[in-house]
Design a protein around this ligand. Sequence first.
Ligand SMILES: Cc1cc2nc3c(=O)[nH]c(=O)nc-3n(C[C@H](O)[C@H](O)[C@H](O)COP(=O)(O)OP(=O)(O)OC[C@H]3O[C@@H](n4cnc5c(N)ncnc54)[C@H](O)[C@@H]3O)c2cc1C
Length: 453
Amino acid sequence: MSGLFESAAVQDKLVERLRALIGAEKVFLSGHILTTASKDESDLEPKAPLCVVRPETTEDVVNVVKTAMDFKAPITARGGGTSLEGSSIPARNAIVVDFTGMDKIVKFVVEERRVKVEPGIVLARLNRYFSQFGLFFPPSTSGAEESATIGGMVSTDASGMYALRYGATRAWVMALEVVTGRGDLLHLGRNVPKSSSGYSLKDIIIGSEGTLALITSATLRLAPLPEARQSVCFLFDELGDLCHASATISAFVERAIALELMDASTIEVLIGEKTLGAKHMLIVELAGTSTEVAKGYEDLKDIAGGASGVLSESGGFSVRKKATDVIRERFGPVVRTDCVLPLTLVSDFVSWVKDCSKPRKTFIFGHIGTGILHILLPQRGDGCWSKAEALAFKKEMAKKAVEMGGSISGEHGVGLGNKDVLALEHGLAIDYMRRIKEVFDPYNILNPDKVLP
Ligand SMILES: Cc1cc2nc3c(=O)[nH]c(=O)nc-3n(C[C@H](O)[C@H](O)[C@H](O)COP(=O)(O)OP(=O)(O)OC[C@H]3O[C@@H](n4cnc5c(N)ncnc54)[C@H](O)[C@@H]3O)c2cc1C
């Protein structure tokens, strides 16, 4: 069984083999690298890995996988470690493959807005570099851009604030180079926006959280940076009114590229309710030509007519990006969900959550334009949840979201935190997922304790 070595001597042999194959300087057995690699940004329990390796080439990665196959040792891939559901917490006794050393831009074809990168490149760095060409990679990790890597984003199909108009990571991946759990190097996809040639294995790898293959390069499309952008915040007394306005803006205001929600509890913590004198906030970003943005702004004002206040250029987005960190700092560990709902049912779901969670402290924010809600159930302080209560309610929310036609996770993935609710959504399809896992990873060495229940 993965992760259970017969003896310390076997572990030593494994480490020796890794050192011989990829170089001793790329294999770490102690120190802060191991401590960092034992956790992610969730509040799930950390687990110490056996060792951390930092490959520099695809050949290094193949050698690590082949060694792990021989020793039946688990591997957990790691990018920035910003997962919120335990996806990058190592499996027991795992070799953590830390991709941050593979962070080069390999090839850029400006005429096609196409770039090939190594998986460890950090999103913010990628976007800073390509801004000189007037380009950007639209999927985002709102608040974790300085750490999240392209490998991690592809593996979770990350989406973020701009998915409303630009779609999630999947929409921007043309091709992948991967090493499977059989040690095979596969080239999936082509240098074209789409093809119709056989099953899309590239699309199976996207969102698979390091359980099917390790990504060693990604070929991405980039988008032109919009000429003009403007953000505006609407304040609503009733959350239901905000949800309805948001669904209409989503459907009819083409130039609205981001629609973010912060409920009254979140605002109280981040800004201070009294400052605003209103309850809930809808933050909208418009983008396009200057004329389109101006027209979009007028449309917004018509649609959000029920709002009790409007704040222009208020910096709402930068405040919103701090929500997760500030709430965790003040109220300790949280249990979270990132359920996604059909747009017209967000309002019903939110009011059900509010009713069920009373009188406990509950924070609701998220990418309301795509129906993705981040709901945080904090565990420290007056009116907070016990861990058992919070976990039970997380399950209830997943069940409700699925009943309403939504999904248990809009973007954070399954990892460890959503494993026990996956079957609620997929039923028999889980058996097919298991068979896919067996094909890519017959020894069950790739992030073996994640995703599948
Ligand atoms: C403050 C904050 C805000 C966030 N906001 C958003 C948001 O708006 N939208 C969103 O989608 N997510 C968001 N996230 C979650 C997180 O940033 C994303 O899931 C991100 O894609 C993870 O990237 P990473 O490099 O940190 O991956 P990691 O956490 O290191 O890994 C994530 C998963 O990918 C796998 N993996 C990593 N690299 C590879 C590779 N090369 N090959 C195979 N598998 C690999 C890991 O094994 C793991 O299963 C947020 C997180 C934080 C802390």
